[in-house]
Design a protein around this ligand. Structure first.
Ligand SMILES: Cc1cc2nc3c(=O)[nH]c(=O)nc-3n(C[C@H](O)[C@H](O)[C@H](O)COP(=O)(O)O)c2cc1C
Length: 158
């Protein structure tokens, strides 16, 4: 067992492998989105998912006002998108192909799976919010997932 401090804790938590999603919404000023690792399935009946967002994130604050979110589960060749949607203060959608989901959220072309839903609850915990959304659309495309492990993007072996 190692010592307990924030840096150590972060390094240990990095041993938990996740996929990567980009959470999106269509705001009155155009599309918004950010790269997100803390996403998961919460309930099947009702169909609920959760994600965590830095409370001060400008993109999250814009998405929150819309109340409808798209979730793009990234495919293993979409590392560049994961990187560009994690950069603050730029036009993340420049040169990105997307289509509107049934309720308007941007679905990024080439993703592995697409979800859309309505935000049901937002609770604040420290510097993050936890968001629960109820899904009303879900679909998949062929391919494998983009994974994230110990600070790096990974591709699963076939
Ligand atoms: C691999 C990876 C995972 C991330 N996971 C999250 C996350 O779960 N929640 C979050 O709020 N930000 C997460 N971020 C950081 C945001 O993508 C980043 O802060 C982004 O700039 C937020 O967009 P904004 O600055 O336009 O608000 C992650 C970034 C990377 C590279």
């Amino acid at each position: 067992m190692g010592s307990f401090d924030n840096a150590h804790c972060k390094e240990v938590l990095g041993h938990y492998v996740t996929g990567i999603v980009i959470v999106t919404a269509m705001t009155s000023e155009g599309p918004a989105g950010f790269t997100c690792q803390t996403f998961g399935s919460l309930s099947i009946d009702s169909a609920l998912v959760f994600f965590a967002a830095t409370s001060s994130s400008p993109s999250w604050q814009r998405i929150r006002q819309v109340g409808v979110v798209g979730v793009n589960i990234l495919r293993d060749d979409q590392e560049p998108l994961a990187r560009s949607f994690a950069v603050s203060g730029v036009d993340k959608f420049a040169g990105v192909s997307w289509i509107a989901a049934p309720n308007g959220s941007p679905f990024l072309e080439g993703s592995l799976a697409y979800l859309e839903g309505t935000i049901r609850e937002v609770t604040n915990h420290g510097d993050h919010d936890i968001i629960v959304a109820e899904l009303d659309f879900a679909s998949t495309e062929p391919g494998g997932p983009l994974a994230y492990y110990r600070g790096g993007y990974r591709v699963l072996a076939p």
